[in-house]
Design a protein around this ligand. Structure first.
Ligand SMILES: Cc1ncc(COP(=O)(O)O)c(C=O)c1O
Length: 401
């Protein structure tokens, strides 16, 4: 008899490449060393935002006996968020549309819990963030993957339509997109909404959309963001403060229902949010983060500095022969090695103390992802190394021919 459930074993299999990379790889051996250039995960490599520290410190001081009592979605942050989200997304949110969660991951898990029965299908495009698949498997749902198309990794609407079956209950859209940095336009989202309407009619039941948008405020060059919640009424939004504050260890986020959702469906979901969050193991942010939320709402990583890093890194990588898909949003650069298998490049970079997120963990072995949350010093130190590694591999390959 096996000790571990089938659901968790399936999730573990799906997580395996990233687990190996994090715990049992050359990166795992070196992670944390002061002299490496670490471009792997979206972790901070510089001191936290002073406003974040101040807000946490301030709200840690109890003001009444209930300060650290159980906190579900508290009315103050719900009301505050309904107002702010209404301004930001031009949609009439009400407080009950918003479930406070400990980050976007919890919001996503709550959405799965709310919408999916065992064996139902949820569809997402790849390459993708590496947690959708294992989280779906752990929820006893069936992940269906559709490739993004072309050199610019566009949504493949025809392929999505084809992949929808009578068991499809949910489609996940991530915009701005990790790892490609793409932001989907209003026109693309309208076409997706039309498709989902048609498909829902075809299969005889409503297909919901999860809009995973934790990078929503991290955008470059004036790129406009449209939430799918504004064009498809059956949308749930997952959001995290972990990205914009660059503090993913201080868990705070939410799941928000589109105000455009027909009232019967919306009411049913609103009424079940608490049960879903509680049954999953109290998926609410801790008390201090809920009190701090209004102070955190206006804070952001320095977008000017991030844009400068993006420009410097893109220029350096392109000069060294790597292809960079200019990101419209997120703090990632999605890059392609100069040619052939990415493995030798990854090794050549690691030999020289530079660590990138290998494409194989996202099913794109010829690509890699750079997190621009690295320090400026890491960027400057790494650029000659990217060039040198590329030259070394080309020389080796020519010698072998
Ligand atoms: C696309 C995407 N969704 C959700 C998350 C989860 O965010 P958090 O850890 O802040 O909950 C991440 C984090 O990397 C992400 O990249």
């Amino acid at each position: 008899m096996q000790a571990v459930s089938n659901r968790v074993r399936a999730a573990a299999d799906s997580f395996e490449p990233i687990r190996q990379f994090y715990f049992h790889s050359r990166y795992a051996d070196r992670r944390g060393e002061p002299d490496i250039c670490d471009f792997t995960f979206g972790n901070p490599h510089e001191v936290p935002l002073p406003g974040l520290v101040e807000a946490i410190r301030h709200h840690a001081v109890p003001q009444n006996k209930d300060w650290f009592a159980y906190k579900a979605s508290e009315p103050e942050p719900q009301g505050f968020l309904a107002e702010r989200l209404a301004q930001e997304l031009s949609l009439p949110f009400e407080p009950a549309d918003i479930a406070l969660t400990n980050g976007a991951m919890a919001a996503i898990a709550v959405a799965f819990q709310l919408l999916l029965d065992g064996g139902e299908e949820a569809l997402f495009s790849t390459p993708a963030w590496f947690c959708y698949e294992p989280m779906l498997l752990a929820a006893d749902a069936v992940p269906i993957k559709v490739r993004l198309k072309g050199e610019r990794f566009d949504l493949d609407l025809a392929a999505i339509e084809q992949a929808i079956s009578p068991r499809t209950r949910l489609v996940i859209i991530n915009t701005p997109h990790n790892p490609t940095g793409r932001i989907y336009s209003r026109d693309q989202l309208i076409a997706l909404a039309d498709l989902l309407d048609r498909a829902s009619e075809r299969v005889g039941r409503r297909i919901f959309l999860l809009s995973d948008e934790p990078y929503r405020r991290i955008r470059f060059d004036g790129h406009v963001f449209v939430s799918p919640a504004a064009v498809y009424p059956w949308t749930l939004i997952s959001y995290s403060y972990g990205k914009v504050l660059l503090a993913p260890g201080q868990r705070l986020g939410y799941l928000a229902l589109s105000p455009l959702m027909p009232s019967a469906d919306k009411q049913a979901l609103q009424d079940s949010l608490f049960a879903a969050q509680m049954a999953l193991g109290w998926c609410f942010p801790n008390a201090i983060m809920q009190y701090a939320l209004p102070d955190l709402e206006g804070l952001s990583i320095d977008m000017h500095a991030l844009s400068a890093k993006r420009a410097r890194m893109t220029d350096g990588l392109e000069r060294a022969g790597y292809e960079v898909l200019g990101p419209e949003g997120t703090f990632y650069l999605f890059c392609k090695y100069p040619g052939g298998d990415g493995g030798p490049y990854w090794d050549a970079l690691a030999d020289r103390d530079v660590f990138v997120m290998p494409g194989h963990v996202m099913d794109v072995p010829g690509h890699f992802r750079i997190s621009l949350t690295a320090s400026e010093l890491m960027i400057e130190r790494s650029l000659p190394v990217f060039a040198e590694a590329s030259r070394a591999i080309q020389t080796e390959r020519q010698a072998a021919e």
